[in-house]
Design a protein around this ligand. Structure first.
Ligand SMILES: [Zn+2]
Length: 229
């Protein structure tokens, strides 16, 4: 399959509330939190892994497209990613199939979307390097049902609201693709993330984002005109 072109989506991920993308259970910072956010090990700067964006977008699209709608997918109902491997499936085409390649449609082709890690936008990166961008420490309690008082506060580290990260997604177009049919799913995915959230603690207010200055190959993209479903 011949690669015909690559479209590039750029913009900013603006945090409307604190963001917690965990560094993993095994990571304990020296003298630090037991729930730190993921950071570049060299600079200490927080970032949003491409895998977090990709995973969230894929799962939200699958829930919207394949649960209880015309095209219910068994894998998705069981809580797993779509594994149909069909060329006609926008999710398997855009995000890759969760199935052995020889069991997929022969013309499925490679994963079309490439999500780069989102690093701090220039202004915030400068603030961070000057030591002017402290992380937020949020204490989340569990309320004792009998006493009605908060117990066991656990500190949760968050990137504070108001910070921006640079978004960069490559969209590869192969022979036989219908890019103008596939592309709207990418925009729907962004819209769904705005309607949902990124990272941990989203049911308790964390991870609300908006995408700003979105451009596809230099052309502005207006998410307000995109219908999620
Ligand atoms: Zn599929």
């Amino acid at each position: 399959m011949q690669l015909l072109s690559i479209r590039t989506l750029t913009g900013q991920i603006y945090l409307r509330s604190g963001l917690h993308i965990g560094a993993g259970k095994d990571t304990v910072e020296i003298g630090g939190m037991d729930q730190p956010v993921i950071k570049n090990p060299l600079t200490g700067a927080p970032y949003i892994p491409g895998s977090s964006l990709k995973g969230k977008m894929r799962s939200l699209l699958e829930v919207g497209l394949f649960m209880g709608r015309n095209e219910t997918r068994k894998a998705v109902l069981n809580g797993s990613p779509c594994d149909c491997g069909h060329r006609s499936c926008p999710v398997c085409v855009l995000f890759g199939a969760h199935k052995a390649p020889d069991k997929c449609d022969p013309d499925l082709g490679p994963t079309r979307l490439l999500f780069r890690d989102a690093i701090l936008s220039a202004e915030d990166a400068k603030r961070f390097s000057e030591g002017q961008l402290p992380m937020e420490v949020k204490y989340e309690n569990i309320i004792n049902r009998l006493k009605g008082v908060a117990e066991h506060p656990r500190p949760l580290e968050r990137v504070p609201a108001g910070i921006s990260f640079d978004l960069n997604i490559a969209f590869k177009i192969f022979e036989g693709d219908e890019p103008n049919t596939l592309e709207p799913y990418l925009f729907k995915g962004l819209k769904l993330i705005e309607m949902d959230a990124l990272g941990g603690g989203s049911s308790r207010g964390s991870g609300q984002v908006v995408f700003k200055n979105l451009m596809m190959d230099g052309e502005p993209v207006d998410l307000s005109s995109i219908k999620a479903f």
